[in-house]
Design a binder for this molecule. Structure first.
Ligand code: FAD
Length: 571
């Protein structure tokens, strides 16, 4: 092979170019990028809006000159690849500055054209004050509209929309976030978003879920967003973040298989269906190893790793991409949230049998200052195979997601999680780390030591037993429950029915499990509420923090936050 051509010069494309050069000094490598920037930090764009990343230049990781100096790669920015001609092994290119058109020959071609933000087909979406955040010029355009006291609407509560809303609010912009669904961040299960929605509202974002923008119009005062509820929001500008579509159109009609949604079909070597053409990144569809489905997962990690693999294979290697688990994390003010593998809703949609648990462990030893409670939800199959995990909290969330992601990617089971030897000193974790602890609870579920009940499935005829201390009930109780603190339980057994299921709860599930074991060994039908009162609160609060203005107007008072309740005890 003499010449490698790459389409797209950011995450996947730049990775492929750098890897190819490291493997072969003699290769001619040419990259065509239609934009003016290469290898920039698109994931950092939202944080420049608030000034959290103060320097715009720090987002520009590479210039074409520097890339060429370091890797001897010819980078042509402002060059659009207009068509692929596999029969002739050429691509057609247009210089966007001069209008010149030419053909470029390749021996191997790697496509990394990314994806594009979806603009909902609604009137007024082409207004100059309706923006997207996708590229450096997009960021500049939004940044130029930011002034303290101005107002904006962000349309779409996915991770980019949430990041944009947070950063606009931090920049002093009066920000409304509109999400069509009941909760934000659709890759998370609904109850896991509760603390995040609360954080958005507390951070000053007017969160309005279960609503859609149906049009933008101009009136004498400026831009108005019309909602499907009939409400009208006068704003200075809007940012649309309503999902992305893969940029696979370039390959249509070339023999490369393209899905109806525009994603490029590749095999595990990142080869398209046409010889000598590889594709990577947001533009391709990949296997979800948990469901077996073909999916498009627009994330930077997969794009970078696929770029390396495609380069290796284009140069005669035999590297394999195993699939994308969708491991991700997002910051929402003081909280972090994310996960790996399938969510519960995905498992349900795909008819995959699962078990689940909630725990609310401290991020590090409770006696060392600065720890915070987190919530972990673990999903696994009846044989203990890990299917997915989600976590939310103030501290240590990234570490737990990544440990479980590594376990998931290597086919470990929940029993293996019990055995993981993880780093520990009081400022960083606990001798039994949160991940070990999730493994212990899962093991207890699978061995039948505990029967878990979930807040949304409380049996209506069950006897509800609260084993917390009396003072803890100040943060709320499940209606209809009877309080018998764990320490008194053995002496007050005669207050419990033998002919009804007893559902036990404490603050986060640990004392509930101890009580369950006491009762089961004495012949009672007992089950433990998974994650205790903290989990129950999350389910109760699902949707509570939407529509902040309504919540305030109607005086809805939410129960204490689940983080407050789990911080309260030594559970
Ligand atoms: P890109 O990096 O988008 O590169 C594709 C390039 O191809 C583009 O520059 C485009 O101009 C060029 N191109 C397209 N068609 C042509 C053509 N015909 N001719 C020439 N050039 C062409 N992911 C995470 O994992 N974590 C995050 O926190 C995160 N945050 C993000 C925040 C924002 C605001 C954005 C926009 C994305 C974020 N992502 C994040 C997603 C991540 O950036 C993408 O998944 C990743 O960049 C995809 O890499 P790619 O190479 O497929 O596409």
């Amino acid at each position: 092979m003499k010449k490698l051509v790459i389409v797209g010069g950011v995450a996947g494309g730049a990775s492929a170019a750098a890897r190819a050069r490291r493997l072969d000094e003699s290769l001619e490598i040419t990259v065509f990028e239609r934009g003016r920037y290469i290898s920039y930090a698109n994931c950092g764009l939202p944080y420049h809006l608030s000034g959290t990343i103060p320097s715009r230049d720090s987002l520009l990781l590479m210039t074409p000159e520097l890339f060429n100096q370091r890797f001897r790669v010819k980078i042509h920015t402002a060059h659009l690849v207009t068509s692929l001609n596999p029969d002739r092994h050429t691509v057609s290119v247009r210089n966007l500055d001069t209008g010149e058109e030419f053909q470029e020959h390749y021996d191997k071609l790697i496509l990394s054209p990314g994806s594009s933000p979806i603009l909902p087909p609604i009137p007024g979406v082409d207004d100059p004050d309706v923006c997207v955040l996708w590229t450096i010029p997009d960021m500049d355009a939004i940044k130029g509209r930011i002034k303290s006291g101005r107002s904006a609407v962000v349309v779409g509560g996915g991770f980019i929309g949430v990041e944009v809303a947070e950063n606009l609010a931090e920049a002093g912009v009066k920000t409304t976030l509109i999400e069509m669904k009941n909760t934000i961040l659709p890759h998370l299960d609904d109850e896991m978003t509760v603390p995040l929605e609360k954080a958005l509202v507390k951070g000053g974002v007017n969160l309005r879920t279960s609503r859609a923008v149906k049009a933008f119009r101009r009136d004498t005062k400026g831009l108005v967003a019309e909602l499907d509820t009939g409400e009208e929001l006068p704003v200075d500008f809007a940012v649309i973040s309503a999902g992305v579509k893969p940029n696979g159109e370039l390959a249509r009609g070339t023999g490369i298989e393209v899905t109806r949604g525009g994603a490029l079909v590749v095999n595990r070597r990142m080869e398209t269906t046409v010889k000598d053409i590889y594709a990577v990144g947001d533009a391709v569809q990949v296997t979800d190893p948990v469901t077996g489905n073909m999916v498009s997962v627009p994330l930077a990690g997969p794009a970078n790793r696929q770029g390396r693999i495609a380069a290796e294979n284009a140069l005669g290697g035999n590297s394999v991409y195993k699939g994308t688990y969708g491991t991700s994390i997002v910051k929402v003010f003081h909280l972090a949230a994310g996960g790996t593998g399938a969510s519960e809703k995905t498992l349900l949609e795909n008819g995959i049998e699962y078990r689940k648990l909630y725990i609310h462990p401290a991020s590090h030893a409770s006696y060392y200052p600065g720890g915070a409670c987190m919530t972990i939800k673990l999903l696994f199959d009846p044989c203990g195979k890990i299917l997915g995990m989600q976590a939310v909290g103030e501290d240590g969330v990234d570490k737990r997601i990544d440990v479980v992601a590594a376990a998931l990617g290597n086919d470990l089971t929940v029993e293996d999680l019990q055995e993981l030897e993880l780093s520990y000193a009081p400022p960083f974790g606990s001798a039994k780390d949160a991940v070990n602890y999730a493994g212990f609870v899962a093991g207890n579920i699978l061995s039948g030591l505990t029967s878990q009940v979930y807040p949304d499935e409380l049996p209506s005829d069950a006897f509800l037993l609260d084993v917390r201390e009396k003072e803890e009930t100040a943060s709320g109780s499940i209606p209809g429950s009877t309080l018998i603190p764990l320490g008194e339980l053995r002496d007050r057994l005669d207050e419990l029915p033998k002919d009804r299921e007893i559902v036990i709860y404490c603050a986060v599930g640990i004392r509930g499990y101890a009580a369950e074991r006491i009762l089961k060994q004495r012949g009672y039908q007992a089950a433990n509420l998974s994650g205790g009162f903290a989990s129950w609160s999350m389910f109760q609060q699902t949707g509570q923090y939407r529509n902040a203005e309504d919540t305030l107007r109607e005086g809805v008072s939410a129960p204490a936050s689940h983080f407050e309740s789990c911080r309260y005890t030594g559970d």
